[in-house]
Every structure is written in structure tokens, then in C-alpha cells.
Design a protein around this ligand. Structure first.
Ligand code: PMP
Length: 295
């Protein structure tokens, strides 16, 4: 997505609405060097921001993990988000808040650097597409143990391993990577959670070495309301052969069917999921809940 080419309107930048051309940072920006930034990914559907409070809760949690005190309150950030999409005339949008340490001082130890916050929002309509399926490669990189990485925070640093793993599939036909944790249990994709389906029930990894995504939690709630059983468990690669369907979940991608998971780059050893009936049901329930326009 070439954001600069599609961006229209304002960015909320340290409490003011500015044009995107005005929102630049210096090369000495501390967070650019040491990853001390945190962000969120939020969506609005037909003018309504989905789970805004939960996203801002997580944003402030991520901020606290970095030892940054955000000078804006939860209420101010929620209000700024709503005002931004109104000011930019956005109905269906992707919203990106970001907080970072500025350019007052370059050393890593200078944690009292100037703190900057911005919220950007741009037109984004992607919704469940029944034709879309993912082919995944199990990356050789592992998710760090829970005591070595703050998995519930969306800090830039959390994404270093994700970007590293994605470079493994550059130039291949794979759409994404699947991470295992340090004990070889299934964890998550580069920017989404994973679910499997077995005999109509949903099975998903325990979220200790992956982000407990807001979409993941929403899907679990939807399943409970619709009498669909959900099992959270440690999942090994061996058991994937017994599952009927698989799908990925995330704010940006919503619900996407997974077609195959390859255990080696050549795709010799892999599992293929031919069904997606339950996935489609879940995707439609999710679409209805968020208020998306169905394709
Ligand atoms: N895992 C990772 C690593 C992610 O980046 C995301 C996207 N935020 C998710 C899972 C899904 O989280 P959510 O449903 O909150 O968007």
C-alpha cells in the first residue's frame, strides 16, 4: 500500500491536525535507531470505529512497556481518532496511531526524550473475500519465549523477527509465514492469529507466545454466541493433518482462509485444507458484527 500516494487530508500530530506533507521526522529520531516506538492498527466501518477503546487500551499498554508516558489520555486519543476520520471524511478506513521517542538525544539510555504521537487514517475497504486463500511457509525463525518478548505489546521491536522471517519468502509464491514458538508449538503469522477447524469446532494456540489479537478475541466471542466450541491449546505441526480448515485473523485482514501450510520451502512436506465452510460462516458473522459492506 503506497500510503503517500493515497493519503488525503490530515494527520493528528502531537495534538494538532496537520497535512501529511508537514509530518516529517529527523534522521536522529531515537526510535528509528532503537525501535522504541509503539503503534496500533484500527479500522472504521461505515463511519464507526470498531473496538476503538480496546485498541487505545493496547496502545497505552504498549507505550507503558517501553517506559514511555503518553501525555494524552485514553479519552483524548479516542476523541482525536473519531475527529480525524470525520475531518478526513472517511467511512471505511485503516487507522494508525504511533508513539515514538524524538530527536532531542540519540543515545539509547536517554529515555526522557521528547515523545511524539500521531494518528493517521486512510481509506481502506478490504473485506472478506471468499476467493482469497493463503499459502504459508513454516519459518525457521521462532517466536521468543514470553519472558523474552512482550508479545501483548505492539512495539516496533516485536516486529523485527516478523520482518526477518518474511524475507525468507521474498520472491516465492508463499503469502505469509507461520511461526512456531521456542518449544515448536504453533504461534501466529507475521501479522495475524491462526485458527483451525476440526469437526465444526475452532482450535487456536494459547496466546502466550503470540499477540492475543483483538480479532482473535472477537472471533472467540462470536463462536460462543453461536454455540461453536473453541479450544485454546498447544498445537504441534503433526496434528495439523487432522484439521479440516484453517484461517487467519487480524484487524487489517479480518478473516482469511488458509489453503496450505508447507513445512519446507520446496513445499514437499505440507498440509492442504480443502474445506472452508466454517471459515466462511465465521467471516460472515465477523463482517456483520463490524458492520462491513459484504463484497
Ligand atoms: N499477531 C500479530 C503479530 C499482529 O501484528 C496482529 C495485527 N495487529 C495480530 C496478530 C492480530 O491482532 P489484531 O486482531 O488485534 O489486529
Amino acid at each position: 500500500m503506497k500510503v503517500k500516494e493515497i493519503y488525503k487530508g490530515y494527520i493528528w500530530y502531537n495534538g494538532e491536525f496537520k497535512s501529511w506533507q508537514e509530518c516529517n521526522i529527523h534522521v536522529f529520531t531515537n526510535s528509528l535507531h532503537y525501535s522504541s516506538s509503539a503503534f496500533e492498527g484500527i479500522r472504521s466501518y461505515n463511519g464507526r470505529v470498531f473496538k476503538l477503546e480496546e485498541h487505545i487500551d493496547r496502545f497505552l499498554y504498549s507505550t507503558s512497556i517501553l517506559g514511555i508516558e503518553c501525555i494524552y489520555t485514553h479519552r483524548q486519543l479516542c476523541d482525536a481518532t473519531i475527529e480525524l476520520i470525520e475531518k478526513n471524511n472517511l467511512e471505511n478506513s485503516y487507522i494508525r496511531p504511533l508513539i515514538w521517542r524524538g530527536d532531542k538525544e540519540l543515545t539509547i539510555k536517554f529515555i526522557d526524550n521528547d515523545i511524539n504521537v500521531m494518528i493517521a487514517a486512510y481509506d481502506y475497504k478490504q473485506s472478506f473475500d471468499i476467493q482469497k486463500t493463503l499459502n504459508l511457509l513454516v519459518t525457521s525463525w521462532r517466536k521468543a519465549p514470553a519472558n523474552s518478548m512482550p508479545h501483548q505489546a505492539k512495539t516496533a521491536g516485536n516486529y523485527v523477527i516478523n520482518i526477518t522471517a518474511l524475507s525468507e519468502i521474498k520472491g516465492t509464491a508463499y503469502d505469509d509465514v507461520l511461526f512456531l514458538d521456542n518449544e515448536d508449538y504453533v504461534a501466529e503469522l507475521s501479522s495475524s492469529n491462526i485458527f483451525f477447524v476440526q469437526d465444526g469446532a475452532l482450535i487456536t494456540p494459547i496466546a502466550n507466545c503470540c499477540l492475543n489479537g483483538i480479532t482473535r478475541k472477537t472471533i472467540i466471542e462470536i463462536a460462543a454466541r453461536n454455540n461453536i466450541q473453541v479450544v485454546e491449546k498447544f498445537i504441534t505441526l503433526e496434528e495439523l493433518r487432522y484439521y479440516d480448515e484453517a484461517f487467519a485473523t487480524g484487524t487489517a485482514s479480518e478473516v482469511v482462509s488458509i489453503k496450505s501450510i508447507s513445512f519446507d520451502k520446496e513445499g514437499v512436506d505440507k498440509v492442504t485444507f480443502s474445506d472452508n465452510n466454517v471459515t466462511v460462516t465465521i467471516a460472515e458473522l465477523y463482517s456483520d458484527l463490524v458492520g462491513a459492506n459484504r463484497i
